[in-house]
Design a protein around this ligand. Structure first.
Ligand SMILES: [Mn+2]
Length: 347
C-alpha cells in the first residue's frame, strides 16, 4: 500500500513538474524574458547607414519581442536607403521611425555590436540584448544580457530561428521583412549563404507571398544602384561603416553599381571627392569598395592607407587600387586583413 501511494505521489509530481515546465517559456523566449526591462520601452535598432538587413531585422525583432509581451519598438538611425525603400514600398511595410540620440534609453541592438556603428549616445544607453552576425565588438555591458551572434548570411536568419524557437507565428509581413534582409545581405542568395540562411529563405518565401522573387530582387538591386542627383560624398555614405583597429580608425563605403561603365564613372567621382570626404571625417583612413556583380575595386585615402593595403592584400601591384574577383564582401574579405594589419601597427 505504502509503495502504491508513494508511486502515485511520484507520478503526480512528475505530471505537475511537466505541467509547470510547459507553462514556462522555453528556449530563446525564456532567455529574452529573463531580462528586467522595467517600465521602459525597449527600442530595437540597427547600425548607422541602415541597410536592408538592419531595417528588416529591426522590424522583425521588435515584433517578436512584442509577441513575448515586451514593450518594444523598431527605430532607425537614419532614413532607409533606396533598396530598402523599394522593398518596403512593394511590401506595404512602414520604415521605422528615426531616432536622433540613444542617451538614457534602452535598446536591443541588431546587425551590429560596436559603438562606431551605433546611434550617437549609445555609450550612455542601456543595452539589453544583441542579435548580430558580425564579430563581437566593443559594446560593453556589466549586465547579463542575451547576445546571440552567428557567423551567417543575415541577422534575419537568426531571427527566423528565434521565432520558431519561441513558438511565435511568422506573419506574412514579418516573413517579408526577414526575406528583404536575407535577400539583401546574401546578394539574392548568392553570397555568404549558410545552411541556416537557406532554411530561413525556403521557409519564409511561401509565407511572404511573393509572386516572383527573382524579379523582386532585381528591383531591389536596381534601386540600390540608382544614385540619381546624389553627390559623390552622399553616394560614398549610402552603405558605409566605421571601424576601430588598435589605435587606428577607418571607414569603408560599399558602393554597388550594375554596370562596368557606371563603375568607372563612380570610381573617378569618388577619387576626386575623397580629399573633401576625408577632411570632413575624423578618421585616419578611408576606403571605398566599388562593385558590380562580378568584381570589386578597392580605393583609399589618407596617410598610410596605401601601406595598410599593401600589407593586408599582398597581391597589390602599386597601381592605386586593388581588384577583387569575384566581388568582395566587406565583412568577410576587406575588414579582417585591414584590422589585423592596423592592430599589428599599434603599440
Ligand atoms: Mn547584416
Amino acid at each position: 500500500m505504502k509503495k502504491k501511494i508513494s508511486a502515485l505521489i511520484l507520478v503526480m509530481m512528475l505530471v505537475f513538474s511537466c505541467l509547470s515546465v510547459h507553462a514556462e517559456p522555453t528556449g530563446f523566449a525564456d532567455v529574452l524574458l529573463s531580462v528586467d526591462y522595467g517600465n521602459e520601452t525597449t527600442y530595437v535598432i540597427g547600425h548607422k547607414s541602415p541597410d536592408s538587413d538592419t531595417i528588416g531585422s529591426t522590424i522583425a525583432c521588435a515584433y517578436l519581442l512584442r509577441q513575448l509581451g515586451i514593450d518594444a519598438m523598431a527605430v532607425a538611425t537614419a532614413r532607409v536607403n533606396n533598396e530598402t525603400q523599394f522593398a518596403l514600398e512593394a511590401f506595404g511595410l512602414a520604415a521605422p521611425e528615426i531616432m536622433e540620440n540613444a542617451e538614457g534609453k534602452q535598446f536591443v541592438l541588431v546587425d551590429h555590436s560596436e559603438y562606431s556603428q551605433a546611434l550617437d549616445g549609445m555609450e550612455k544607453a542601456r543595452v539589453v540584448g544583441i542579435i548580430d552576425h558580425h564579430g563581437i565588438c566593443d559594446v560593453r555591458n556589466t549586465e547579463r544580457i542575451p547576445v546571440i551572434s552567428m557567423p551567417i548570411g543575415a541577422t534575419s536568419s537568426i531571427l527566423y530561428k528565434m521565432y520558431l524557437d519561441c513558438n511565435v507565428g511568422i506573419t506574412r509581413d514579418m516573413a517579408r521583412a526577414m526575406l528583404m534582409s536575407i535577400l539583401s545581405d546574401t546578394k539574392g542568395m548568392t553570397s555568404n549563404v549558410t545552411g541556416l540562411d537557406r532554411e530561413a529563405y525556403e521557409y519564409l518565401l511561401p509565407v511572404a507571398e511573393i509572386d516572383d522573387v527573382e524579379t523582386f530582387y532585381a528591383g531591389m538591386k536596381e534601386s540600390k544602384a540608382s544614385y540619381d542627383g546624389m553627390s559623390p560624398s552622399a553616394i560614398y555614405y549610402v552603405d558605409y561603416k566605421e571601424y576601430l583597429a588598435g589605435e587606428y580608425t577607418f571607414g569603408i563605403g560599399d558602393v554597388y553599381t550594375d554596370s562596368e561603365e557606371t563603375m568607372a564613372a563612380l570610381t573617378a567621382e569618388i577619387i576626386e571627392a575623397f580629399p573633401s570626404i576625408y577632411a570632413n571625417s575624423k578618421l585616419d583612413m578611408l576606403f571605398c569598395m566599388i562593385s558590380t556583380d562580378a568584381v570589386t575595386r578597392l580605393i583609399w585615402y589618407g596617410p598610410d592607407a596605401e601601406k595598410a593595403v599593401a600589407e593586408s592584400f599582398p597581391d597589390y601591384d602599386g597601381s592605386g587600387s586593388v581588384i577583387f574577383t569575384p566581388k568582395a564582401s566587406r565583412k568577410a574579405v576587406i575588414v579582417p586583413p585591414l584590422t589585423k594589419t592596423l592592430e599589428k601597427w599599434s603599440p
